[in-house]
Ligand binder design. Structure first.
Ligand SMILES: [Zn+2]
Length: 156
């Protein structure tokens, strides 16, 4: 499991990675700030399928799924490769054009296969990766996102 934590004030990020079979950390310390640590409450946070039910950092039950690899990147790379190939075909470089298109398609397929979705807490925006994600978590919803944004702003 990989956890990326953000502090509200300093926007500092802490990334913690544990082996899949190891117990998740109960306490996260911020480097350079020994007094700054955050306790994680895992009791009842995980369901029978080992999916997160609620955020162990803040207890928030609203979380959303985010793909770490933006789909637009694949579209842009395919479009660029297509233009590049047209230019090469125009110059009658057929073999290099085929090679370029095959390489681009392969790279996109590999990225698609290896991209790992993250589960992100609406409230504290901690990211959880490399863990099973329950089907009941959906994609980011604007309504919920705005509500938690207002909540954060009113706390400041
Ligand atoms: Zn949270």
């Amino acid at each position: 499991m990989k956890i990326t934590l953000r502090t509200k004030d300093s926007q500092q990020r802490v990334i913690i990675q544990t082996p899949d079979d190891a117990a998740p950390p109960a306490m996260i310390k911020f480097p350079g700030e020994p007094s700054h640590q955050i306790a994680l409450d895992w009791s009842g946070a995980v369901d029978d399928e080992k999916c997160l039910k609620r955020c162990p950092v803040c207890g928030c039950k609203d979380m959303y799924v985010s793909n770490s690899f933006p789909q637009i990147t694949a579209l842009v790379s395919i479009a660029l490769a297509a233009v590049f190939c047209l230019v090469m075909i125009y110059h009658k470089w057929i073999i290099p054009a085929i090679v370029v298109s095959v390489v681009v398609i392969l790279v996109d397929v590999l990225i698609y296969l290896f991209k790992k979705p993250a589960l992100i807490c609406y409230d504290c925006q901690t990211e959880y990766r490399s863990l099973p994600i329950s089907k009941h978590h959906g994609r980011w919803e604007q309504g919920l996102g705005e509500r938690y944004k207002h909540k954060r702003q009113s706390q400041d």
